[in-house]
Design a protein around this ligand. Structure first.
Ligand SMILES: NC(=O)c1ccc[n+]([C@@H]2O[C@H](COP(=O)([O-])OP(=O)(O)OC[C@H]3O[C@@H](n4cnc5c(N)ncnc54)[C@H](OP(=O)(O)O)[C@@H]3O)[C@@H](O)[C@H]2O)c1
Length: 265
């Protein structure tokens, strides 16, 4: 009997970056579980990839902002021992000021971008640790380290995804389980039209194709990168940022106020 393919679970696989990951991982002979709300799109993609690559593709129609949808995917992650990769990709964001975003959209973005990747990572990690193998790819954003006046909430949620990833990397050090944070810049997907800022409003020169984004992110994954910035040509910039972050944290551990905060006598 040939060994069964490993299984990759991809959230938000019905379009954009998630659908591109599905295609690339199918090429790499993963069996797939595709998760999103638009089941018609998932089924169409599943049929195409199964026929093209001879892999097994399952579809889960789930709203990851709803308890029932999240629980359904958690149960799969806890029960299918062939799962070796989780791509936490589903995400949304209304690009507007904090007071202009509705309560419902605010809750939806926090539920999808923060709660869902945390819960799904927690669901798969015990099995990965038991086998001392497995990987989680968390799709964050370059907005994880930058906030514009219209990206406050989105940036805050993506900052969470980056710190979730950094923290997990520390927890998992010395194990065979790894976490990669991917920080895409503008990528040509439906994200923008859904966000309220049409893709056509962006400088086309600043926008990457999903193909280039995912190929670069997987090259970073193959190279064992902890944080992958597909559009950043000068990798030394991230290194300098991370070195400064460590130095800044170290400088906080002194227990006395900095002289600039000393009260004038
Ligand atoms: N495009 C960019 O410029 C860019 C840049 C940096 C980071 N990102 C991140 O990349 C990830 C993928 O986004 P994308 O650009 O590929 O946009 P997209 O084409 O709009 O894809 C979003 C995916 O998330 C799914 N999704 C949305 N709400 C959901 C829900 N409640 N439950 C389950 N699935 C849900 C969507 O499927 P259904 O609608 O069928 O549920 C879709 O498959 C996101 O995390 C986004 O923040 C994008």
């Amino acid at each position: 009997m040939p060994a069964a393919n490993p299984v990759a679970v991809i959230t938000g696989a019905s379009s954009g970056i998630g659908a591109e990951y599905a295609d690339r991982l199918a090429e790499r002979n993963y069996d797939l579980v595709l998760v999103a709300r638009r089941a018609d799109r998932l089924r169409k993609l599943a049929a195409t990839l199964a026929a093209k690559h001879g892999i097994e593709v399952r579809v889960i129609e789930a709203d990851l902002t709803a308890e029932a949808g999240l629980t359904q995917v958690e149960q799969l992650l806890r029960s299918d021992e062939r799962i070796s990769l989780l791509v936490n990709n589903a995400g949304n964001g209304k690009l507007s000021s904090t007071t202009d975003i509705s309560d419902a959209d605010t809750a939806s973005t926090i539920a999808l971008n923060v709660v869902a990747p945390t819960r799904l990572a927690r669901a798969i990690l015990p099995a990965f640790l038991k086998r001392d193998a497995g990987a989680i790819i968390n799709i964050a954003s370059v907005m994880a380290f930058h906030a514009l006046p219209i990206t406050t909430l989105y940036s805050a949620t993506k900052s969470f995804v980056l710190m979730l990833s950094r923290g997990l990397q520390g927890e998992l050090a010395g194990t065979g389980v790894r976490v990669q944070a991917v920080l895409p810049a503008a990528t040509a997907t439906d994200f923008y039209d859904d966000s309220g800022v049409p893709l056509s409003a962006l400088d086309p020169a600043s926008v990457m194709t999903t193909k280039n984004m995912v190929d670069a992110a997987l090259a970073g994954f193959d190279a064992g990168e902890a944080v992958t910035l597909p559009s950043v040509h000068d990798a030394a910039l991230w290194t300098a940022y991370d070195v400064a972050r460590h130095a800044l944290f170290g400088a906080t551990q002194v227990g006395t106020p900095a002289p600039r905060y000393a009260r004038a006598m």
